[in-house]
Design a protein around this ligand. Structure first.
Ligand SMILES: *Cc1c(COP(=O)(O)O)cnc(C)c1O
Length: 393
């Protein structure tokens, strides 16, 4: 057994990131400035998006995205119970109503057929979540959006970089078609595939992105951040009751250097995933994650599923056994409808979303990060197989 605890998802910050941050700290500009603008441009180019707005988190990217799309009281937004709470919170923040629908059993992503059944005259949009980095069924969702005049705001917190049918997630498609607009939100939280400690990005068409950017900085009209610099002016106008969630140049400094390393990061993630899949394939107590043929997953999380009927222990005990072997693990996610706030407000029962509820009870996320060496990967494999063998039914 390993002596040191293996952290679930520590960040990998190198000397390049540290130097870039120091350069910012020694400059005259530490909040939203030239590095944020450069990070937005380089990120948009990497994704192939026409525009990007940097903000302080993916949560805020989704909040200002919904605001820019005009979501408000009485509106319904369809999303999934298999997500982090903030995907749903932002709908509540705008006094709209989140409508949850069940997920597909293989990917645990939102099921387009369930979405179709949930559409009403009050539905304004769909918020698909590319869970674990595996893209949702975007063709079917865009068909629904075009047919019912809905927006699509993608939670791509896990999906950097990911592809659906060769197309990068975050790259808007059929601009100007029947739908109400399309935006994609990315997260640069400490555990994500690219980190700025805290941070997020919204990509989409320039018109919507400009509007979202105004929402992100007090509702002040264009280039308010320039007003203290030589090219700026003292004059600005407040055109909306905006939020305050702009990104700082300190965060963008981290992001600029992390973005250069991202392709290498992803190659390593895939290598670890391949080793896990090979090691667990022959164990009938374990179910490895899928990658459908038409997608390229960002592999943010490796979500193993336990075949509980083959084991004498439950998921909680399996996690305790892993911890006892010094392996840090997690569960993604506790479905939204089980959390007291949403359960009580909308009177949800666990079985309202039977696939999400059933699969949740057998999920375990294993360490998948860039600080792991091959020995660490082997330690995880050995621990999982040892537990599966010892408690086999
Ligand atoms: C991390 C995460 C978020 C929130 O991202 P922040 O940048 O921390 O706001 C939203 N949705 C999902 C699915 C996430 O994993």
């Amino acid at each position: 057994m390993r002596d040191a605890f293996l952290s679930f998802s520590p960040p990998l910050i190198g000397d390049d990131e540290i130097s870039e941050v120091l350069d910012t700290l020694r400059s005259d500009w530490i909040t939203t400035g030239p590095k944020v603008r450069r990070f937005e441009q380089e990120f948009a180019a990497f994704i192939g998006a026409p525009a990007a707005a940097a903000v302080s988190s993916a949560t805020d990217a989704m909040l200002v995205g919904l605001a820019a799309l005009g979501v408000g009281p009485g509106d319904e937004v369809i999303t999934t119970p298999m997500t982090f709470c903030s995907t749903v919170h932002v709908i509540e923040h705008l006094n709209a109503r989140p409508v949850l629908v069940d997920v597909a059993p293989d990917t645990l992503n939102i099921d387009p057929e369930q979405v179709a059944r949930a559409i009403t005259s009050r539905t304004r949009g769909i918020m698909p979540v590319h869970l674990y980095g595996h893209p949702c069924e975007m063709d079917a969702l865009h068909d629904l959006a075009n047919r019912h005049n809905l927006f699509i705001l993608e939670d791509a917190a896990h999906a950097l970089p990911a592809r659906y049918k060769g197309r990068m997630i975050g790259m808007p498609r059929n601009p100007g078609a029947g739908n109400r607009g399309q935006l994609t939100a990315f997260s640069f939280y400490a555990t994500k595939n690219l980190t700025t400690a805290e941070g997020g990005m919204l990509t989409g068409e320039p018109e919507l992105i400009d509007r979202a950017r105004i929402w992100s900085l007090h509702g002040m009209s264009r280039d308010a951040y320039k007003r203290y610099s030589a090219e700026g002016s003292w004059y600005y106008e407040v055109v909306l009751p905006g939020f305050k969630c702009n990104m700082t140049d300190i965060q963008a400094a981290l992001g600029l250097q992390q973005l250069r390393k991202l392709p290498g990061f992803q190659a390593r993630r895939r290598q670890i995933v391949r080793r896990y899949n090979e090691a667990f394939a022959s164990c009938d107590a374990l179910q490895t994650p899928v990658e459908r043929p038409e997608v390229e997953s960002a592999w943010h999380i490796y979500a193993l599923r336990l075949n509980l009927e083959r084991l004498t222990i439950d998921r909680a005990r399996f996690i305790e056994e892993l911890k006892a072997r010094n392996i840090g693990v997690s569960v993604h996610f506790i479905p939204i409808h089980l959390h007291p706030y949403y359960r009580d407000k909308y009177e949800y029962k666990p079985d309202d979303f039977p696939v999400a509820y059933r699969e949740y009870q057998r999920l375990i996320s294993l360490p998948l990060n860039l600080r792991m060496n091959d020995g660490d990967v082997q330690d995880v494999i050995d621990a999982v197989l040892d537990i599966a063998e010892r408690y086999r039914r």
